[in-house]
Ligand binder design. Structure first.
Ligand code: UD1
Length: 368
């Protein structure tokens, strides 16, 4: 079997890493039935701290191909990834193209593969926020509409796919490869160099913001930062600033009192600061999964989530409007928060299950 593994943006790397490890492990003991693969980096993210540091820390091999797509508008970026991947397919033809998550690289490569007659497998398929203003929701729906094999993370995802008419035989509930990465790295976490100097002990919150709906409008972003600073008075807020957010923040003139701004952190440092924090305020989806598994309180500044299991079983609470955030931030600081329960199959073996399923697939049916 031949696979293309697609990774493009920061949250993809911790999802693809465990799959590569599981394939390598499988190949070690199945020398006559090896799974060949090509790792394709689309280049959607390219900075040291948005891409390279994740490859280094998660021990992901150098990509076989880098499409160098880079930044741009939604259409420009998607188009660059598509033309790059189409060319890469003329050099090597996989049986299955494996895409992960919901970023532009996910959708772009799935379309190109499907049109080239290659089967598509979507890791984290089926999750839905119901919010069509999010580019990620469009990416999820387009990708899933042409996906052949769904490797899902939750019961909710399975239900969504069934409701959309996908056959049971296409859907495999495997768990969460991002949590595979988390659990296998918990004993390797790194304290950031600035930690002792900038933070007064473990009495701090972590903040991350990068959703266009929160950060692209300077007034809205300023309001969010003001409310959080005021609500957390007396508690430090560690804010690793995403490049998209930094660009807008440079246009604001805010005198930050208890907010500590740092560059985006490498994986092991980021999980370290989250695991030692009182709580996290974020608009990321992946972070709500990680905080749920680590039982760290989490507030999500969005009006919907594609990961309802993090609310039902985890530590996540949605705050649709920043004007409602203050009482919850106070509650978080006081340590009054729900306790996480186990989310089924989020125990570190999702990638192993994926490779096991792939190895049992009928290759002649796939090539039909
Ligand atoms: C993308 C994903 C989002 C994911 C997020 C994680 C889409 C539609 N969005 O959003 O789902 O949660 O990644 O970060 O795919 N930039 C750099 N260096 C980099 C990458 C980006 O400076 O290495 C800057 C560029 O100026 C770029 C901006 O950040 O314009 C945004 O990057 P982009 O990939 O367009 O989207 P994200 O907001 O990162």
């Amino acid at each position: 079997m031949k696979l293309d593994l697609i990774a493009g943006a920061r949250p993809n790397f911790m999802k693809i890493g465990p799959i590569i490890k599981a394939i390598d492990l499988y190949n070690d003991s199945n020398k006559d039935k090896k799974i060949e693969y090509r790792l394709i980096h689309t280049g959607q993210h390219y900075d040291q701290n948005m891409s390279k540091s994740f490859f280094e820390q998660l021990d992901i091999p150098d990509p076989h191909v880098n499409l160098g797509a880079g930044s741009g508008t939604q259409a420009t970026q998607t188009a660059h990834i598509m033309t790059g991947y189409e060319k890469a397919l003329t050099e090597w033809t996989p049986d299955i193209c494996i895409v992960v998550g919901d970023v532009n690289s996910t959708m772009a490569c799935s379309i190109v593969a499907k049109k080239a007659g290659i089967k598509v497998a979507h890791v984290e398929g089926g999750i839905r926020s119901g919010d069509w203003t999010m580019p990620e929701e469009i990416n999820r729906i387009v990708t899933d509409s042409i996906t052949d094999y769904f490797f899902t993370t939750s019961e909710e995802a399975n239900k969504n796919l069934a409701q959309e008419g996908h056959a049971k035989e296409q859907i495999f509930y495997v768990g969460n490869t991002m949590i595979d990465s988390l659990l296998s790295n918990l004993n390797k976490l790194k304290k950031p160099d600035f930690f002792d100097e900038k933070l007064q002990g473990d009495n701090y919150l972590v903040l991350t913001l990068h959703r266009p709906s929160n950060v692209d409008d300077p007034e809205k972003l300023a309001e969010i930062l003001k409310v959080i600073e005021e609500a957390a008075e007396g508690t430090q807020i560690l804010f690793p600033v995403h490049p998209r957010t930094r660009k807008i923040m440079e246009t604001l003139s805010i005198d930050y009192k208890n907010m500590i701004l740092v560059e985006p952190l490498p994986y092991l440092e980021f999980i370290y600061v989250v695991s030692n924090a009182i709580g996290v305020i974020t608009d990321s989806g992946g972070i709500t999964e990680e905080t749920s598994v680590m039982n760290i309180p989490c507030i999500t500044l969005r009006n919907s989530t594609e990961r309802p299991e993090t609310i039902r079983l985890g530590t996540n609470e949605l705050v649709p409007d920043i004007s409602q955030a203050t009482p919850l931030i106070h509650q978080m600081i006081k340590g009054k928060w729900k306790q996480a329960q186990l989310i089924p199959f989020w125990e570190g073996k999702a990638a192993e299950r994926i490779v096991d399923l792939l190895s049992q697939m009928d290759i002649s049916a796939i090539r039909k």
